[in-house]
Unconditional design. Sequence first.
Length: 269
Amino acid sequence: MIIRNSEHINSKAIEKKKTSDLIVDVLNNRINLEMNKDYYEGLFTKNNAYQQKLAAEQFISGKDYIEEKKIIQINFDMFTKFDERVIIKFKIMDEERGLVENENYEKYHVNLDKVKRIYYNEKKELTKEEKELLLLTMSDVKKIEEIVKGDDTMEKAKDRLVDLSEDEGLIGMYDREIVERKVRNTMIKSAKMEAEKEGLQKGLQKGLQKGLQRGLKQGLQQGIHQGKQQGILEGKAQLIKNMIAKNIDLKTISEISGLSEKEILNLQK
């Protein structure tokens, strides 16, 4: 395995610099590894841009099309977005017959959230592969030692992970406060947009139904007005539910919604 520069080549002067978490070459495969702590609107679009950029960079550097490397993207997700499978493989193919357009592009989503739930909640025996993935999610050294016990390779990995977790230089690679604030703001904006859209659709539908049942112009107008009011209330409730689902803290939810933390906890129950 050869570790590559994770900063992508800019194809034009005004293009914003893109930086992957880790890019490695293994034989004729170029692999882009991304760690995704939280899901937010636009996350996968960003990840996809990295894979497409890697593919394009091969030809910017002058390689022949025949010699192109296979571009693989592996997303390690700390959330469940698709279904309950631990590893899901995606390829570009036609919907009708499943014909693969190009074998040189693959993408994987690794559900680390599912692996954690298997270990902590479902209490099932983990496979060796699941234990290896679980190491990426754990910070308790004692529990890590329990997981790797009896496996020489995993014990070596554990020692290396512990060393890295205490490396001040590595910890300082990212300004965590800035990054987390940007992600949090994006999540709040996404939750608001989803809630407003859902609430307005439900409210207008109910208003139209009430108005049509009365059959009068006055009834229709009144129904639409009531529907809009209902939509605002439902939008607010949906906003709170979305933010709770995205693990946004109670204080922030309270500031945005105008409800007390106690009222939010009651709604959550």
